[in-house]
Design a protein around this ligand. Structure first.
Ligand SMILES: *Cc1c(COP(=O)(O)O)cnc(C)c1O
Length: 376
């Protein structure tokens, strides 16, 4: 028998890590409850599936699956450069944009440094920070969103990274472009600003801003985007970052040589040009959001106005309602791990998925209301 425990062998910051809690996979619920028709509205995936352009190219893959991918991702970077003409050395590819968030932490953080992020910000920021033994500085949210002026005030001499998700997950809040730009002007150049735009494609036209045009002015800015959400390729794991070549070159030193797979590179290159698919995705999402908001309004459930492909809604006992929905084959996301025990996050699905979610939720909320009315 071992006389030592592995726990004693690792640094405190590793021992105290709380693992990321992903949305429950459908197959797992199927195994556990023997349910068949399950819907998953838990991970902000695209209810339309992948872009058909991606599926087309994936169906052609044969012999190249035996080969290592192009570690420099020339084809995908060239496709990206056609959309954002910066030069190929402004791009870095990741195994999901998560990989890039992690690369930033591995490159810039370590003991004796700190990273700033917002309360109710994306869970990966504190995990990536703590994994490196750096200190996380969590800045209280303002109306569930980023309080950027307070985050800037929280920057210390040892701060190397500031994470911003815009729109934010899990709250769906949004910082207007002009506020972001004004904030960037006040952030010292030695702090890398990670602008995580996983949901940027869902922004309404009148809220769009173009941070790519700011890269010359702010060499400390790293814009992160993903193919997981609007492009419908979450299963393939492809994301990308855009930033100053100096910054990108540093991240590339730390990056694993073949971090994006052959299918991921090919599918993402094809999906990028599929404007029609993005438009259908945006339209379906806007309709679904309106439907869910009206339903929440009709039974007086308050929700955080969302700029993404999900809505965070107050339901009372989040974990309990989550469990009750699971038993009806509806997977959403409880947010107690985020410090929001009264809320659930629901991804916007197809119209029939949204309807099924509301039909499952309504009796639970009505039961809750009448119980609390009796208790009064
Ligand atoms: C989903 C998400 C990501 C990216 O996920 P990947 O699949 O790793 O690209 C990044 N940031 C936020 C805020 C997200 O919600």
């Amino acid at each position: 028998m071992n006389e030592w425990r592995y726990c004693d062998l690792v640094a405190d910051h590793v021992r105290h890590l709380a693992p990321y809690q992903p949305g429950k996979p459908m197959a797992e619920l199927e195994r556990e409850l023997g349910l068949t028709s399950i819907i998953k509205l838990a991970s902000n995936e695209n209810p339309l599936g992948p872009s058909p352009h991606a599926l087309e190219v994936l169906a052609t893959l044969r012999g190249e699956l035996a080969l290592y991918p192009d570690g420099n991702g020339f084809e995908l970077k060239t496709a990206l450069n056609a959309h954002y003409p910066l030069g190929l050395d402004y791009f870095i590819l990741g195994n999901g944009s998560n990989d890039i968030l992690d690369l930033v932490a591995r490159t810039f953080l370590g003991p004796g440094t700190s990273a700033v992020y917002a309360q109710y910000g994306f869970a990966v920021y504190p995990i990536a920070t703590q994994t490196m033994g750096a200190q996380g500085i969590e800045v209280p949210a303002l109306e569930f969103g980023h309080d950027l002026p307070a985050m800037i005030r929280a920057i210390r001499p040892d701060t190397r990274v500031l994470f911003i998700a815009n729109p934010n997950n899990p709250t769906g809040t949004f910082l207007p472009g002009e506020d972001l730009r004004a904030g960037l002007r006040q952030i010292p150049p030695e702090v890398v600003v990670v602008l995580d735009e996983a949901y940027t494609e869902y922004l309404p036209d009148d809220q769009r801003y173009d941070p790519v045009a700011w890269l010359d002015e702010f060499p400390n800015l790293l814009i992160c985007r993903t193919f997981s959400k609007a492009y419908g390729l979450a299963g393939l794991r492809v994301g990308f970052g855009m930033g100053d070549p100096q910054l990108i070159a540093l991240l590339n030193r730390v990056r694993q040589p073949f971090n994006v797979s052959v299918p991921g590179l090919r599918a993402a290159s094809a999906a990028l040009g599929d404007r029609g698919f993005l438009e259908r995705t945006r339209t379906l999402n806007a309709q679904g959001r309106r439907f869910l908001e009206e339903a929440f309004d009709s039974f007086g459930a308050s929700y955080i106005p969302s700029f993404g492909n999900f809505i965070t809604v107050a339901v009372g006992q989040g974990r309990k309602i989550y469990d009750q929905l699971l038993r009806q084959g509806v997977i959403v996301r409880p947010l107690d791990a985020y410090g929001l025990p009264h809320h659930l996050r629901v991804s916007i699905g197809t119209q029939s998925e949204n309807q099924r979610f509301i039909e499952a939720l309504t009796p639970l909320l009505i039961a809750r209301t009448s119980v609390s009315a009796m208790a009064v």
